[in-house]
Write a protein that binds this ligand. Structure first.
Ligand code: HEC
Ligand code: HEC
Length: 125
């Protein structure tokens, strides 16, 4: 048993990946997580580094069925939910007096479009 635990700890270390709420900021979470209705990362700029995600940003979703969902970004800037949503949806980001809005997001796979090299990250100006 102890050897098994040691082996899995080593495997985790070798992969260098921490699977959980703080994983892979800026990447297309829904590409791997079908269970999430929306997921992404909020940054301070369109071309920000993956390590620069903003914590404490309020992400407010109002979907096509007028359902409202409010999330807060975690310490690496990630947010995600499994609550069912009807697309398109209006997405508003807010931190203090800073706000940004996408009036009609077609899906919750934010980083399928918002990448540093493409459309630009999801960010708060
Ligand atoms: C390349 C595939 C991949 C990407 C991209 C990915 N994850 Fe994961 N994630 C996994 C795997 C594998 C696990 C561990 C197995 C599991 O619990 O589903 C995991 C586990 C998790 C968990 C804990 C289990 C759960 O489902 O609640 C959370 C939370 C999570 N990831 C959030 C995210 C977020 C947020 C993003 C995007 C910023 C993201 N992941 C991007 C593969 C990925
Ligand atoms: C199909 C591609 C696509 C998806 C998916 C998408 N966006 Fe967007 N987003 C865009 C485009 C294109 C713009 C700029 C034009 C516009 O507002 O429609 C934009 C604009 C924005 C803006 C405003 C940027 C500014 O300059 O003020 C925010 C904030 C935003 N998106 C957040 C999100 C979030 C959060 C998600 C995931 C829930 C998301 N987007 C999903 C393509 C996408």
């Amino acid at each position: 048993m102890r050897i098994l635990l040691l082996l899995s700890a080593l495997a985790l270390f070798a992969c260098g990946e921490d699977h959980g709420p703080n994983m892979r900021p800026g990447e297309d979470c829904k590409g791997c997580h079908n269970n999430f209705s929306l997921a992404g990362t909020v940054f301070p700029g369109a071309q920000a580094q993956a390590s620069e995600g903003l914590a404490g940003v309020t992400v407010t979703v109002v979907d096509s069925a007028q359902k409202t969902l409010s999330l807060t970004t975690n310490s690496v800037g990630n947010f995600y939910s499994e609550d069912a949503l009807t697309w398109p949806a209006s997405i508003t980001l807010a931190l203090g007096t800073r706000t940004a809005n996408m009036p009609s997001a077609p899906s919750g796979a934010c980083a399928s479009c918002h990448t540093a090299s493409g459309q630009g990250r999801v960010y708060l100006p």
